[in-house]
Design a protein around this ligand. Structure first.
Ligand code: C2E
Ligand code: CA
Ligand code: CA
Length: 766
């Protein structure tokens, strides 16, 4: 019998150790399992050490082993306490109390270790079974032994109290989880107490250790209360926002949550839901398909709702079909948000028409899908829209744009595509069969008197591109229609213009010019030519620097072929900077040649004022080449000044203060009034050559010329007249008091070398 008990104890110990090893190898590393493993390892030691002590060869060894058994017992109780706290989800630290228990356990351990030498806790005594085998058992417990007994009992009571409390307050489903551990621990404690109180021969509670270990191990780490899981799942599903309908193998509805019943409006009548499910199974689900997702719409309380419905088949672990479920997800909110964002990204907010990107995309799709029909791309532009905004206010501008967009959208019906490209530009893609120039003009004439003022009429200019090359990007097609509008830019009535071969050639040419710019700069193809300026006494002190593009293939290209284009693209500032630098280099060279008074005039484009810091660039250049600013004449056109008068007048004053000579170029070509001249404080007035051109109003022109020269003189400005082509002109200009002449009568613009040898510092006999 005793041998059997010893065997059970060793087996129990081995089993406990196996559980610990299983835990180490298979389970996760979380605090709960770490505590559990420690408790398991200690618990394995308890029956093993007790059994070993029983089998000891002599009294001293038995005393040592029983001492170790007691230490192990205390450690097990301690680890169990910590583990059970975790097991019940208590994470609060024990604080000082923990240290107190550790000290008490340490004292207990020291006492157990010295007991074999003094036997002040307990003794051992041999006893014999009926076969005469000798075993040891602990006996003669002294009062000091009760320190150990009290310590372990207290810990066990604490554990039992915690478990008991939890058993009372936890939901029913959890009771088995706590009660099984509670009962087995209580049994151990009870048997252990009986053993001590009755001074039994043997502590039978040790045989229960494997059972406790197994229960704790199973319930803490493996067992999930089944009823609880079902309840949790039930409530989760019931409260889900998505609808769920579970169907068994016989297509019978097993469960449908509230959201699903709401979807089918089947709150009371389950038959409605059943009918709906059957309809889905027949209409949407192909046999043997495992997952299927589709979208559907439904009106609920008068409002349109958008749903995705998912169908899933369920299989068990041996892949046998168990049933299926439908998941109904209401995506109305997402849908509304998505459509609002999509609308924002594809539409113009003011007019509600497509924006440029979306228009181009839709037209591209149409052209790809309908290759039979011929199309026009039409672009409309409001003449002087800027004035509408400036004079009548942005609100009036917006109202006008809305009106145009409404008219545009009614033009061709549903087989047209409409968009707003930018500001006042609208676009239409229209089948040729629908197109009528008269209708276009008639329709847009509705906005002529939109502003209800006789003084200002709004005119719509219409550019049309016939889609002859479908491979072109749609944005380029719109550019073509835009180009056509440029042809009618100055017309003060509504007008239709077509993109034609001339525009096409210009377009290609312009692209070519722009694409060659970089190489031309790098190869020094832009060369300054100089046109001499002759003073009224015949002296030639300088001239105007005019750029020429000396093209390797096309020869010399005049500025009117590229300046405008460079101005549109912003390349002009780089070219002008280069020309100004050339002029400075030239002036420096002339200084070295001894011509310290000679000067050069350079042109400043209107765009330069936006693209460059003109003032600082000029200062840097004259400093770099060490030339006097008065030798660099700066030609600023009258239109550039009128573009932003206040800023320009300030800049002119600053430049003049530094010593630069500022000339007003092309005076009389723009819209400025003579009055304006009083406000412009410049050094030189360059009168536009338009006044000298032969025309029907030649006499009037001469009168004006005389007046301008007189006015300039009275304002103490020097006067240069451009475009002087005949001796007659020289004569009357001399009479009017013109100071300097520039024109073909004297010389055309020429290379720098030519100018130096034939004109610089020479005298012209007039
Ligand atoms: P602009 O500044 O008014 O220059 C005078 C233009 O009139 C020059 O044309 C010149 O060759 C031309 N011209 C001079 N005398 C006569 C004449 O007696 N009869 C006629 N019919 N024309 C005459 P060009 O060199 O073709 O330059 C044209 C325009 O290009 C210039 O007009 C100027 O606005 C611009 N330009 C030229 N070079 C530059 C430059 O380096 N930078 C900038 N921004 N513009 C330049
Ligand atoms: Ca000029
Ligand atoms: Ca000029």
């Amino acid at each position: 019998m005793i041998w059997l008990m010893v065997a059970i104890m060793f087996a129990g110990s081995a089993f406990t150790l196996c559980c610990a090893i299983y835990g180490i190898l298979k389970l996760r590393e979380d605090p709960l399992e770490i505590y559990e493993r420690k408790a398991l390892i200690c618990a394995a030691g308890v029956p093993a050490l007790n059994a070993a002590a029983m089998l000891a060869q002599n009294e001293r060894t038995a005393l040592i082993l029983f001492g170790l058994y007691n230490i192990c017992e205390t450690c097990t109780a301690l680890c169990l306490l910590l583990f059970i706290r975790r097991y019940m989800g208590i994470t609060r630290s024990l604080g000082k109390f923990k240290r107190l228990i550790y000290i008490a356990a340490a004292i207990d351990a020291v006492m157990m270790l010295i007991n074999p030498f003094f036997s002040f806790l307990f003794k051992v005594e041999p006893y014999y079974d009926k076969f005469g085998s000798v075993f040891y058992r602990s006996s003669h417990m002294m009062p000091s032994y009760y320190y150990h007994a009290a310590l372990t009992t207290l810990i066990i009571i604490a554990i039992l109290a915690m478990l008991l409390r939890r058993m009372i307050i936890a939901p029913k489903a959890y009771v088995i989880k706590y009660s099984s551990v509670f009962l087995s621990l209580a049994a151990i404690a009870a048997i252990g107490t009986i053993y001590i109180c009755l001074d039994l021969k043997f502590d039978y509670s040790l045989m229960l250790y494997p059972l406790v270990v197994f229960l704790i191990f199973y319930f803490s780490l493996i067992y999930v209360p089944r009823g609880l899981m079902e309840r949790l799942m039930f409530f989760t599903v019931a409260n889900m926002k998505d609808g769920i309908v579970c169907i068994d193998i016989d297509s019978k509805i097993v469960h449908a949550n509230k959201a699903a019943r709401d979807f089918c409006e089947a709150d009371i009548d389950i038959q409605t839901l059943d009918n709906q499910v059957r309809k889905w199974l027949i209409e949407n689900i192909e046999p043997n398909i495992s997952v299927h997702v589709w979208e559907t719409k439904r009106r609920i309380d008068g409002q349109k709702h958008y749903f995705t419905i998912e169908y899933h088949r369920i299989y068990d672990s041996s892949v046998k079909y168990l049933g299926c479920f439908f998941l109904i997800h209401d995506r109305t909110e997402e849908y509304i948000k998505y459509t609002a964002e999509k609308y924002k990204a594809t539409h113009d907010m003011l007019t509600g028409l497509y924006n440029k990107e979306c228009f181009c995309e839709c037209v591209r799709d149409r052209l790809n899908n309908d290759t039979e029909t011929g199309y026009y791309i039409i672009v409309t532009d409001v003449k002087n829209f800027k004035i509408v905004n400036d004079v009548f206010g942005v609100e009036a501008g917006d109202r006008l744009l809305k009106k145009i967009s409404d008219i545009t959208a009614q033009l061709g019906g549903s087989d047209c595509i409409y968009g707003r490209l930018t500001g006042d530009r609208f676009s239409i893609c229209m089948p040729k069969s629908r197109f009528s120039e008269e209708e276009l003009l008639e329709t847009y004439s509705a906005v002529d008197s939109f502003l209800e003022t006789a003084a200002f009429k709004t005119h719509i200019h219409i550019g049309v591109y016939e889609v002859t090359d479908r491979s072109l990007r749609v944005s380029v097609m719109c550019d073509h229609a835009n180009l056509a509008i440029k042809k009618i830019k100055d017309s003060y009535r509504s007008f239709v213009a077509y993109y034609d071969s001339e525009l096409r050639e210009n377009f290609i040419n312009e692209h070519k010019v722009i694409s060659e710019f970089e190489k031309a700069i790098a190869d020094d193809q832009f060369q300054p030519y100089i046109q001499p300026q002759i003073a009224s006494n015949g002296n030639i002190m300088g001239g105007e620097s005019l750029v020429r593009w000396v093209h390797p293939k096309e020869g010399m290209i005049p500025p009117d072929k590229f300046i405008k284009l460079f101005e549109q693209t912003g390349l002009i500032s780089r070219l002008d900077k280069l020309m100004w630098e050339h002029a400075c280099i030239q002036l420096k060279r002339w200084t070295e040649m001894g011509f310290t008074e000679s000067y050069l005039s350079v042109n400043i484009s209107q765009k330069d004022f936006y693209l460059l810091d003109v003032y600082n660039t000029m200062i840097e250049l004259v400093n770099k080449y060490d030339i006097s600013p008065k030798r660099l004449h700066l030609e600023i056109t009258e239109t550039a000044i009128m573009d932003n008068p206040q800023a320009q007048l300030e800049l002119i004053a600053k430049l003049r203060n530094c010593g630069f000579i500022v000339e007003i170029d092309d005076f009389g070509s723009g819209y400025s009034s003579l009055n304006m001249l009083k406000e412009i404080e410049a050094d030189v007035l360059k009168i536009d050559m338009g006044f000298l051109k032969k025309s029907d109003h030649q006499q009037k022109s001469q009168v004006i010329l005389k007046m301008i020269i007189g006015l300039a003189k009275s304002l103490e400005m020097e006067v240069i007249t451009e475009g002087v082509e005949t001796l007659d002109q020289v004569k009357f200009l001399e009479e009017y008091g013109c100071d300097i002449y520039q024109g073909y009568y004297f010389a055309k613009p020429m290379t720098v070398n030519e100018f130096e040898t034939t004109f610089l510092n020479k005298r012209f006999r007039i």
